[in-house]
Design a protein around this ligand. Structure first.
Ligand SMILES: *Cc1c(COP(=O)(O)O)cnc(C)c1O
Length: 368
């Protein structure tokens, strides 16, 4: 690990490789791996992460929006890319960049078919999303027959895969609910296959699904958070390595007397003499105000330094009373101790929100 001289997100590609290989090792041979690289590869920069994973042999990429897929193509990615949540204004761009839309309703199907017809496409691959209980996107069970009929009337597009998404795969208290989702997915897929007369690839598991429901891996799995080192559970986390470490430095140290205040709106008032450090990192970098006022802490020379007062746009202040440190010293915000999961939990959120929120102005540094 290098000593840093500014705020950086250190990205350990060796850890990414480890996580990919570990997750792969939990699959039956032949099960395909979809690497989810939406949201800038969960903040790690998809333009670096996707080409690296492509060399390791992932079968598919998934992004949320069309613009994210285009960015991957511009970075030279040749592997198939599914767009999980496309909007119809982008259907021409999807086709221009050879991206594969996920289609989740009759409305979206009709709109994509219109574009496919006007472009005279032949058997263009699309992915059909089934709603099995998340109630966010997807065809209902009662729509499958009409869906197969509509697809059967044309040759412009074909269903490359059928998929669904689990609502609580990390929560074993909800196992009965998850098992229901899996059974409903099987029923819907079987109805589709029977009426359509062919078998698209099936997939339902995200990272926690991969780890908790090995019998539901089907033909492909979709992993995002696991690749970046978080498994939604402490025992699973031990098998993975943290890919991103957010580091910064101490810009300045202040000594407050009892009664003096710190920062905007005098968000902290010293109850006794207090030593504080100002760090070049704020809510515009992705560390929101919810972490201030004593909620989260950073790691300075192995010691906990709580974030005090209000987080500013480009700075935050921590209490370093009793910690042996100096201006210019390195600070670990998350990635080792604390982990992103621990840091996020202090403010009642999850690693996903924290790591995808690190803004693009934070420099990314890659090591292997
Ligand atoms: C984001 C997303 C995933 C990845 O989930 P992880 O929990 O990060 O592995 C998988 N499938 C769909 C449909 C998603 O939206």
């Amino acid at each position: 690990m290098t000593k840093v001289a500014e705020t950086v997100l250190e990205v350990d590609l060796g850890a990414l490789r480890h996580n990919y290989e570990f997750l792969r090792s939990t699959l039956r041979p032949g099960t395909k791996f979809i690497a989810v690289v939406k949201a800038f590869a969960y903040g790690h920069d998809s333009r670096i992460i996707a080409p690296f994973l492509e060399k390791l042999g992932v079968d598919y990429f998934a992004v949320a929006y069309t613009s994210e897929g285009i960015e991957l193509r511009e970075a030279g990615v040749r592997t198939p890319i599914m767009v999980l949540h496309p909007q119809h204004v982008h259907f021409n761009s999807i086709i221009d960049s050879q991206l594969e839309p996920c289609i989740y309703s009759r409305r979206v199907l009709s709109l994509f078919l219109e574009t496919a017809r006007s472009r005279n496409l032949k058997t263009y691959p699309v992915h059909l999303k089934f709603n099995t209980g998340l109630n966010r996107l997807g065809f209902e069970e009662k729509e499958v027959a009409a869906l197969v009929y509509q697809l059967g009337q044309q040759q412009h597009i074909r269903a490359a895969s059928l998929f669904s998404h689990l609502a609580a795969s990390e929560d074993l208290n909800e196992e009965a609910f998850t098992r229901n989702q899996i059974e409903l997915f099987k029923t819907m897929a079987a109805a589709f296959e029977k009426q359509a007369g062919y078998k698209p690839l099936l997939h339902q598991c995200n990272t926690s699904g991969i780890l908790c429901y090995p019998d539901a891996h089907f033909d492909m799995v979709r992993s995002g958070i696991g690749l970046y080192g978080y498994g939604n559970d402490e025992t699973k986390d031990k098998l993975l390595r943290r890919v991103g470490t957010l580091k910064t430095i101490i810009s300045q140290i202040h000594h407050l007397e009892k009664g003096e205040s710190l920062g905007y709106n005098r968000g902290y008032i010293a109850e006794h003499s207090t030593v504080t450090a100002t760090l070049p990192l704020g809510h515009a970098d992705g560390i929101g105000r919810q972490y201030g006022k004593g909620k989260a802490f950073v790691n300075i020379n192995g010691k906990k330094a709580p974030i005090i007062g209000n987080v500013c746009m480009d700075m935050l202040m921590v209490d370093i009373t009793g910690i042996d440190c100096q201006e210019g010293d390195e600070v670990i915000v998350y990635g080792g101790f604390p982990t992103a999961e621990e840091f996020a939990a202090t403010a009642g959120t999850i690693s996903y929100e924290l790591i995808t929120g690190i803004s693009r102005r934070v420099k990314r540094i890659y090591t292997e």
